[in-house]
Design a protein around this ligand. Sequence first.
Ligand SMILES: Nc1ncnc2c1ncn2[C@@H]1O[C@H](COP(=O)(O)OP(=O)(O)OP(=O)(O)O)[C@@H](O)[C@H]1O
Ligand SMILES: [Mg+2]
Length: 254
Amino acid sequence: MAFVEVTNVRKLFGGRDTGVVALDEANLAFDEGEFVALLGPSGCGKTTLLKIVSGLLPKTSGSVRVGGKEITGPYPDYGFVFQQASLMPWRTVRENVLFPMEILGKKDKEATMRADELLGLTGLSHFADSRPHELSGGMQQRVSLCRALIHKPKLLLMDEPFGALDEFTRLEMNDLLLKIRDETKASILFVTHSISEAVYLSDRVVIFSRRPARVQLEFKVGLPRVRTQSVRFTPEFTDAERRASEALGILGAH
Ligand SMILES: Nc1ncnc2c1ncn2[C@@H]1O[C@H](COP(=O)(O)OP(=O)(O)OP(=O)(O)O)[C@@H](O)[C@H]1O
Ligand SMILES: [Mg+2]
């Protein structure tokens, strides 16, 4: 049994006749520890799928199971990273990271130690007592990553988390994320608009069709798990980019 199983999920926003079908028979399954990148045209239903997997948004029909349990509402075992860091400006960096623990009623000494450990891992130790506005966009997104990881979730849902960053910072964040994945062993479902980011990060690329989204193509990335930026210049990398580009209709080959 897969760790996350999305089976025939349909999502209709609004009424039956006038509403928008965002997802139609969306299917996706992945194993514990797997890194899945999700690509698809704008407006096809990627964010909708992530929200349904997180239990934040109800589905119209179909089934979502995480760790064997049917998801019917929010649950504590996932972390969500949005495109915008959305930190609380009045709180320090450390207090922002600790926020989920507060909600879970587990903000204790151990949690504070873990917050500091995560801030260390992401190179933010010196900014633990700073306010978000004193940080760059990339640093703020690192804080939101720490916040998503503070309660040691088994599943990390990421919705274009690095989309607002410049290319160089994005590449740095990619390597940081791979390092964190190795340390936490979390399963990751990562939405991106960047084909090369999807290939660089993931074990498997899933491509959604136009709305209503269905899986158009799905393939394993044939690259070693330990990756450095030089892998981008190998034929295997270019091959994977080409397959994704074709499925997205960018090369006009389908
Ligand atoms: N709360 C809502 N009410 C009504 N329609 C919605 C709602 N949320 C999303 N939709 C519609 O569902 C469709 C899919 O939206 P979604 O945000 O999931 O797309 P997306 O693939 O994440 O797009 P993007 O790549 O631009 O972020 C869109 O047509 C959108 O207008
Ligand atoms: Mg979206």
